[in-house]
Design a protein around this ligand. Structure first.
Ligand code: SF4
Length: 323
């Protein structure tokens, strides 16, 4: 396996809750709460979990679109945690994001050419107009659109085509690493597979590295070399995709996977229905934050926080009883 491209260590992102006439901090939303993760060049790491578990916040904190509260981010061996916007600008070429909803991430008053060309301008690339247009048309072809689409506006495209424009925009600056933040969840099911295949083709052709965030577990399995499962701001399981889907070690992962429909009756697992809703990240449960919903919880679980530890080679889980 290639060396690490990205290493995050004990990363947290806490949002203050303001209250009272003096708008003092009266609490914290612990959206990301001590995540460590290494992503190697050329691999796809999937990130799954229910809504509100911190997946998207983690993706944005890694790219420094929001400033982490504590912890560190090493990209290509450089500690970028404290870098300001000016210092980050050249690094942004290498770290891009594909958003969930292409309709809201593309300015409706700009043509496709301007939307993609803007990325070149911001990064000081292709200053010559003719050169820029040629590059934009090449990018459009690469993502399955036509060169003549350059003069059209986002509303003239379908949802899938708009996502292709979003992908072309991310690719414009030749990134090595892309956070794909729920890139198919706003799309028709019939289109989702095409976008996943496009992302995989681009990865193969351009040597991209992905953090692939989704709540669709089948899509994550299809895309990912390794998968991290998040619950209430923490990674509770991390393993090779095949290993995790075949033999999940954490009770939360087992419950998530038991809800995935499987056309093969021999492979079907008994559905595990979790009690209650995900607790608030403002005041997470003590000990193992999953304990109020865990079918295997014991007395110790409400007192002691389990560490994410290796339960078998390459397979990590944060459960006292895993392994
Ligand atoms: Fe369940 Fe306890 Fe394991 Fe947490 S530590 S997942 S509560 S068994």
């Amino acid at each position: 396996m290639a060396g690490p491209l990205l290493e995050i260590r004990n990363l947290t992102k806490h949002f203050p809750i303001k209250g009272g006439v003096f708008a003092r901090t009266v609490g914290l939303v612990k959206a990301v709460d001590g995540v460590s993760l290494t992503i190697h060049e050329g691999e796809t790491v999937g990130l799954v979990g229910e809504s509100g578990c911190g997946k998207s916040t983690l993706g944005r904190a890694i790219l420094k679109l929001i400033q982490p509260t504590s912890g560190s981010i090493l990209f290509q061996g450089q500690d970028i945690t404290a870098w300001d916007a000016a210092r980050m600008r050249p690094m942004r070429r290498n770290m891009q994001i594909i958003f969930q909803d292409p309709a809201s991430s593309l300015n409706p008053r700009m043509t496709v050419g301007d939307l993609i060309g803007e990325a070149f301008v911001i990064q000081g690339m292709a200053p010559d107009r003719a050169e820029r247009e040629a590059k934009i048309q090449e990018l459009l072809s690469r993502v399955g659109l036509r060169p003549e689409h350059i003069n059209r506006y986002p509303h003239e495209f379908s949802g899938g085509q708009r996502q292709r424009i979003g992908i072309a925009r991310s690719l414009a600056v030749h990134p090595g690493f892309i956070v794909c933040d729920e890139p198919i969840s706003a799309l028709d099911v019939s289109i989702q597979g095409q976008i996943l295949n496009l992302l995989m083709d681009l990865q193969r052709d351009l040597g991209l590295t992905y953090l692939f965030i989704a709540h669709d577990l089948k899509a994550v399995e299809h895309m990912s070399d390794r998968v991290a499962v998040m619950y209430l701001g923490k990674v509770v399981e991390l393993a090779g995709s095949d290993d995790l889907y075949r033999e999940p070690a954490h009770p939360y992962s087992r419950a998530l996977l038991s809800a995935v429909p499987n056309p093969d009756p021999a492979q079907r697992k008994e559905r595990i229905v979790l009690k209650g809703d995900v607790p608030s990240p403002i005041n997470p449960p003590s000990g193992c934050a999953f304990h109020p919903r865990c079918p295997m919880a014991q007395e110790r679980c409400s007192r002691e926080t389990p560490e994410l530890r290796e339960v078998k080679p390459g397979h990590h889980a944060a459960c006292h009883f895993a392994g």
